[in-house]
Every structure is written in C-alpha cells, then in structure tokens.
Design a protein around this ligand. Structure first.
Ligand SMILES: Cc1cc2nc3c(=O)[nH]c(=O)nc-3n(C[C@H](O)[C@H](O)[C@H](O)COP(=O)(O)OP(=O)(O)OC[C@H]3O[C@@H](n4cnc5c(N)ncnc54)[C@H](O)[C@@H]3O)c2cc1C
Length: 350
C-alpha cells in the first residue's frame, strides 16, 4: 500500500515520481521492462552498446537544458561532436546542428540517474487496474521469481503511450467519464524499426560518416555510427531507424531481420558498402515510437472512480522535453488531489 503508484519508468514517470517523493509521498514506480528509460533505450552488445531509441539529448526547453547541464557537470553526458550529414539528391552533405549530448555508458544512464533514489519494481507489467475499497489495485503480471503482491495506492499516474493506457483503462469505462476516454483514444502514434548492426572492425572513411538524416520520402530516417559516441570501441556499431511507413509494413511480422537487412542495404547505397555486411544484426520494433496526434494538454486527469492522471510525451508533443514537462505537470495535478503539499519546481540536482 503506497500513496502513489506510477506506471512506467520512462522520463515522464521518473520525473513525476521524483517530484512526488521529494514532497514526502510514498511512491512506487512499476516498469514492465528490466531496464529503465522506456524509449530512451540502450541495447547492450558484446563489446559495446547502442542507443536504439532516443538518439541523443539536445536543448529542447527548460527541463532538457537543466538535465543536460547537471549530467554534463557529473560527466554522465558528453558533447557528441559528430558531423551530421543530410541526404540530398542521393548525396551526403554536412549540415549544421545544435549541440548534442550522449553518454559513453549508453543513453539510459540518464534514466538511471533520475531513478537513483526511487523504488522501481522492474520487470513487472501492470495487466489490470481496478478501484477497490477506495484504493487503486494494480494487478501485476505473474513472475515465478518475484513473489511481490499486487500493489495498492491512493492515486495512480499512468505514463505509458496512450494506446497502451487505453487498454488498461477501457475495462473501467463505466466508472470513467466518456470525455476522458475519448481524449485518450484520440491520441495516435506512429511506429519505427531500429536496426542495430555490429561490424568486425572499425570502418573509417573520408569524410567521416557519424550520423545521417534522410529526406521525408525515404525508408530510413536516421543512421548513426554509435561507436563514434564511444572512442574506445574496437568495432563499428550502427543504428539505422526506419520511417513510420516502412515500420507499418512490419508491425505484425515476427522475423524482423529481413527488414533490418533492407535498411542497411539502403544505407549502403550512399557510398558506404560495408554497411551491408554486418557481423551481427538485431532489429527492435517500436510500436509506439512518436506521437503523430498528441493532446494539447500536459496531462489528462480524472477523479472518478479515484484520482488518476495520464502523462507522457504525447501530452503536448512527441519529444523528450514534452515527456519531462508532462511528468512534472502530472505530479502537480496528483498532489492537488492528495495532501496539496509544498511541491518544489523541478531541480534535477536534488
Ligand atoms: C526510435 C526513437 C527515436 C527517438 N529519438 C528521439 C530523439 O532523438 N529526441 C527526442 O527528443 N525524442 C526522441 N524520441 C522520442 C522519445 O523517446 C520520447 O519522447 C520519450 O522518451 C517518451 O518518454 P515517456 O516517459 O513519455 O514514455 P516511454 O519512454 O515510452 O515510457 C513508458 C514506460 O512505460 C513502460 N510500460 C508500458 N506499459 C507498461 C505496463 N503495462 N506496465 C508497466 N510498465 C509499462 C514502458 O516499458 C516504458 O518504460 C525517440 C523515440 C524513438 C522510439
């Protein structure tokens, strides 16, 4: 039994939980994956790692700027001095970019920092929520190695992509207002495939290709030589991310390797033939990658049947700053309906 349960240990959930815990509430974050960070994700590889979700951090507004400053001061983030190329008429041209930051330990270092003092139940998917005796009861997916009972809380914050939140909240339709559910259902997401390829050696070419953005009609949106984020790497590691239209074709296909191979073959045509000959290839499907139809508001709240706030990047946008802002706003909204304790503004150094 806790004051507040937060579903999801992405940026929105972690910021929300930190704010509420700092105000003195007992908070538990429940996360379905073993790792932290959600779409801010790092895949561990044999001798390296790859950021296959969020590509880097950049100043998108007040909270991302503050986070970058504190994590840079603590040497968790470093400037990524990669030359970014743009594909124009099938040719690569360097483009000017704003400062970008990455972590040599992988971008999930950001989430680990935010979660440091939080109680996070990892590897526990919430499969159902129900109001029982004036408390939310969260039903967790059974796991043989984890005898944790179901969780009860006075209030609930759901920080998962809206279509996944709909699946949890729809069974309560008779208790939740129609407009709340309609707003939640109106949010749309687009998918993305991330191909993660490793190579037996470090490939070098002139000019150095470290990151590439692709035009709108391409099957690719982004390619990064991840090893350029980690100078000590002794092999090239590449992440290639697909367009939503390309990912849509593979939404229900189990074997994603041909899709990954196709993305690498496309990228190889840019005068980088080695890309087509990976030593290993993994493909990750992001079913809910970017909000294509977000809500205008920073959170969605209902008090019936019990205090519930939905939050995430899809509340107000589709990027990291939106997730951070939404998590902070969700904390304020929940606090107002519990004890209305003094809640400090977000300070990542605390
Ligand atoms: C490929 C890709 C590249 C991107 N690149 C960038 C970029 O360069 N810059 C940028 O600003 N943004 C980028 N984004 C968007 C960015 O990742 C998001 O805006 C941000 O990370 C969203 O954070 P969030 O907390 O709202 O959601 P999420 O990160 O999705 O967090 C939700 C969490 O809830 C968990 N969860 C879901 N269902 C359950 C359940 N039933 N029970 C328990 N836990 C559950 C998930 O595992 C996840 O950890 C990218 C996204 C993708 C997919």
């Amino acid at each position: 039994m806790v004051d507040i349960a937060v579903i999801g240990a992405g940026l929105a959930g972690l910021v929300c939980a930190r704010q509420l815990q700092q105000a003195g509430y007992r908070v538990v974050v429940v996360e379905k994956s073993r790792g932290l960070g959600g779409r801010l994700a790092t895949r561990r590889l044999q001798n390296s790692c790859a950021d296959h979700g969020v590509r880097y951090l950049e100043n998108q507004g007040e909270l991302s700027q503050q986070l970058i400053k504190i994590l840079s001061d603590r040497h968790i983030l470093n400037p990524w001095l990669a030359t970014v190329h743009q594909v124009q008429n099938s040719r690569l041209r360097p483009m000017p970019v704003s400062p970008r930051y990455t972590a040599s330990a992988g971008i999930t270092a950001v989430a680990k920092f935010l979660a440091a003092d939080l109680e996070v139940w990892r590897g526990r998917r919430v499969v159902a929520i129900a109001p029982t005796a004036n408390r939310w009861e969260l039903q967790l997916e059974p796991a043989a190695d984890k005898p944790i009972p179901n969780l009860r809380s006075r209030a609930l914050v759901i920080t998962i992509p809206a279509p996944q939140a709909v699946a949890l909240i729809e069974p309560l339709a008779s208790a939740v207002s129609t407009s709340f559910l309609e707003k939640l259902r109106s949010v749309e997401f687009e998918p993305c495939l991330s191909a993660i390829a490793t190579y037996s050696t470090v490939y070098q070419q002139e000019p150095a290709i470290e990151a590439v953005t692709f035009p709108q009609n391409s099957e690719l949106t982004w390619l990064s030589v991840e090893s350029s984020k980690r100078p000590s790497d002794r092999q090239s590691v590449v992440v290639a991310q697909s367009s939503p239209e390309f990912a849509q074709r593979y939404l229900e296909i189990a074997d994603l390797r041909p899709a990954g191979q196709h993305l690498l073959a496309q990228a190889a045509q840019l005068g980088l033939p080695w890309l087509d000959m990976p030593e290993s290839l993994q493909v990750h499907r992001w079913r809910y990658a970017f909000a294509s139809r977000p809500l205008p508001d920073r959170y969605l709240k209902t008090l019936n049947p019990l205090p519930l706030v939905c939050s995430g990047d899809w509340c107000g946008g589709r990027q990291i700053e939106d997730a951070l802002q939404s998590g902070a706003a969700a904390a304020i909204a929940i606090n107002q309906h519990l004890n209305d304790r003094p809640l400090s503004s977000v300070n990542f150094s605390c």
